[in-house]
Design a binder for this molecule. Structure first.
Ligand code: PLP
Length: 380
């Protein structure tokens, strides 16, 4: 059966480079903290991967701290700083949103436009608790967090602009770069943030590994405490094979950024095809700067959950806008924040593509969609 995997924002297929690197690293069996020869071999694998990830995001290797994934990195930032105040957008991932709201900090949510872009100008209107110069390593009391791009709509967020504001006022600035990595050029230093979360499996690496990129001078207390790994910043024996896969994926994703036009072309074909089938569809965040790989579209009169099941039966994997991030049925927080009417949000489907997507997959989707869409509309 022809199939199509169009759900890269949930998880990208493992790249061959990552699989090979992991295969090789699995035979390096020692603990990367051991001082003997096999231990040093494991350490070399970890440090090579660290260098590749640092190069991928324009950071120093010493700034890359391996974690179990972006969920951990985000939890660490939200809870590790003992913030008095956290400023975020309502379209942040659950791994930001939930720990922020469960922390003792006061949380300020800034609005997003109907196109899904955070109105960061509002931050200047909020009153602040403190104004601390972070250059001396003091965390201050206020943290701002803003994702590079939204996982559901692909809308790019004004992170550099917000970071400049944060620096000016002495606030801590974090970005969740999970969906931007490998899709837009990322430069940690040029962005001017203090911290950035990354996830391996969104760029074709393995699941269960990620990183927090943290400026060297920032004294953020360890979230996972214990041994002295990661220069005392994240305890726990390193998952050498997963880290090797992450490094290889980062290197390949950095190389593939040069061919992002291919992805943009496929997305264009998809959107033109969708509009040809039904000119009434609404592409969410269409007028905002968007990731080249993501289309979230709503079709009045259809139910995303039904479509998802029927697409799955046809071998096509996508996500529903109503449950883009969590698998639960209900209108997503992001679409709600964008004030997408509920019935439209219930019909939203997210298609996200990437390095291994082919034109055949797009064509298979469009052919199937044409049939399903007609029958669902008739049924409704
Ligand atoms: N942040 C964003 C924007 C995401 O899309 C995701 C995954 O869906 C995460 C964080 C969590 O990443 P991980 O799966 O590595 O925990």
């Amino acid at each position: 059966m022809t199939s199509a995997y169009l759900d890269y924002n949930a998880s990208a297929p493992l790249r061959s480079e990552a699989r090979d690197a992991m295969g090789a690293a699995l035979s390096v069996s020692a603990n990367a903290s051991s001082v003997h020869g096999p231990g040093r071999a494991a350490r070399a694998v970890v440090e090579t991967a660290r260098d590749k990830i640092a190069a991928f995001v324009g950071a120093n290797s010493s700034e890359v701290i391996f974690t179990s994934g972006a969920t951990e990195s985000n939890n660490w930032i939200m809870t590790g700083g003992a913030w008095g105040r956290i400023i975020l957008s309502p379209i942040e991932h659950e791994s930001i949103y939930v720990p922020a709201h469960n922390s003792s900090a006061r949380v300020d949510e800034i609005d997003v436009s109907q196109d899904g872009v955070a109105d960061v100008g509002q931050i200047a209107d909020l009153t602040f608790l403190s104004n601390v110069n972070l250059a001396n390593g003091d965390l201050g009391q206020t943290a701002i967090t803003l994702q590079i791009a939204n996982n559901e709509t692909g809308a790019l967020q004004p992170v550099a602009e917000t970071a400049a504001f944060a620096r000016e006022h002495g606030f801590f600035m974090h970005t969740d770069a999970v969906q931007g990595a490998g899709r837009v050029p990322l430069n940690f230093h040029a962005l001017g943030v203090h911290a950035m979360s990354l996830s391996a499996h969104k760029i074709g690496g393995p699941k269960g590994v990620g990183a927090l990129v943290l400026k060297d001078h920032v004294a953020l207390p360890a979230f996972i405490q214990g041994g002295g790994q990661e220069r005392r910043r994240r305890a726990g024996t390193e998952n050498v094979a997963a880290i090797a896969g992450f490094g290889a994926a980062a290197e390949a994703a950095g190389r593939d950024l040069k061919t992002i036009e291919r992805i943009a072309g496929l997305r264009q074909e998809l959107e033109v095809g969708l509009k040809g089938i039904d000119p009434g569809i609404k592409i969410l965040s269409a007028d905002a700067p968007r990731l080249a790989n993501t289309t979230c579209f709503a079709t009045p009169g259809t139910q995303a959950e039904t479509m998802l099941i029927n697409l799955d039966l046809a071998g096509i994997a996508v996500s529903s806008g109503a449950a883009c991030s969590s698998g639960k049925v209900g209108v997503s927080r992001a679409l709600e924040a964008m004030r997408v009417p509920e019935d439209l949000a219930q019909s939203a489907i997210r298609i996200s593509i990437g390095h291994a997507t082919t034109e055949n997959e797009i064509m298979h989707f469009l052919k199937t969609w044409k049939v399903l869409h007609r029958s669902d509309k008739v049924a409704a």
